[in-house]
Design a protein. Structure first.
Length: 103
């Protein structure tokens, strides 16, 4: 069971999904999971970028290329819901990018 600040954050996100028209709990959990996954991918790349900058090299296998920078969590997290929805559903959007990662 989650309590405290984490529960408050999850409740806030859950309410945002339901306010946006997603009322099926399984769909909300699925969408929430995608957001957590894409956020984690961005965190991994940010860490690799910091390491590469410290030693003066570039990342060998980036998760996101320069052309895909708009798909990164830190770039789209504060956008309006319609823009975020388009980023996830358009061809070559966030979902397509996640499918092509292969592990």
């Amino acid at each position: 069971m989650i309590i405290g600040e984490l529960k408050s954050q999850v409740d806030k996100i859950w309410l945002s999904f339901t306010a946006g028209g997603l009322s099926n709990p399984l769909t909300v959990i699925e969408q929430f999971t995608y957001l957590l996954f894409i956020r984690r991918l961005d965190e991994i790349q940010l860490l690799e970028e910091k390491k590469a900058n410290m030693i003066g090299t570039s990342i060998e296998k980036p998760i996101f290329t320069e052309d895909q920078s708009g798909l990164r969590w830190n770039r789209f997290k504060n956008r309006d819901p319609e823009t975020m929805s388009n980023l996830f559903t358009k061809p070559d959007g966030v979902f397509d990018h996640m499918k092509k990662l292969n592990g």
